[in-house]
Design a protein around this ligand. Sequence first.
Ligand code: HEC
Length: 120
Amino acid sequence: MNKKFLVATVGIAILVACGTAKNSGPKVETMPTQGDVDRVQDKFPGYTLTDLNEGKQLFESNCNLCHGLKKPASRTEEEWKGIVPRMVKKVNAKDGHSVSADGEQKILRYVITMGSVGKS
Ligand code: HEC
């Protein structure tokens, strides 16, 4: 392998990595941690940090299409249970956006989990 090719390949890999990181959406709220997952483990048995981060990702890429992102702490758990399914229907009515039933549950768990930070 010649050197130029190697340099170009590494360069592209770095660019791609940075591009992907930037596409993770606007930064809102605190980053989810394992502590957040542990806090809701009784409520959501088997819940993982990956699930929580996927919920955050889905929330940030679909829930600001019509209005700003609502803060997870701005609604109670009971309120979110009514709002999220209603809003996911709106997301799915938009061209190019679709959230599955699994995705809907991840969004709901994300807002409930991050909405209860510090309330335990
Ligand atoms: C297609 C446009 C659209 C999308 C996408 C959308 N919303 Fe909404 N949202 C609205 C409109 C319109 C209202 C005000 C009327 C209402 O409550 O239905 C609203 C209201 C809300 C409210 C306040 C409702 C209340 O009863 O307090 C919350 C919270 C909310 N949205 C969260 C979300 C979340 C979470 C998502 C992503 C799953 C989302 N929205 C995606 C259009 C949208």
